[in-house]
Write a protein that binds this ligand. Sequence first.
Ligand SMILES: [Fe+2]
Length: 145
Amino acid sequence: MLGDDADLVEASAWLHDIGYSPDLATTGFHPLDGARYLRRVQAANESLVSLVAYHSCAVVEAEERGLLALLKDEFAAPPDDLLDALTYSDMTTGPDGTHLPVERRLAEILERYAPEDLVHRSITRSSPLLTTSVRSVERRLAEIG
Ligand SMILES: [Fe+2]
């Protein structure tokens, strides 16, 4: 389905949460920290860096954290179809690698964060967008059989 971009999206799926590593964390916002690390330390491909920076509705959490302008200033947004593919991978895979329907994945994330937590609020706000991305990929997958 992704053609020549399949390797790029797979690499982004492996690396998208690298910013959670305590050794890399500077802002505490893992998409930004991970993308900065991949660019500055690893000199990674800018398409990969962009996918990590914007993965899984990062713009919503960036806004909650007051970091949206910084995110957009430092990183160009990736193409929607590639971002949807990464979102699909993230939002249909549980912490143990199990494939999950997007509804269960979102519920699983919300259960891990208290309602007053910024992540809980961000995921609640971004759930419709995340679900739309997953449905878009599911439709494309169904079309190609
Ligand atoms: Fe993430």
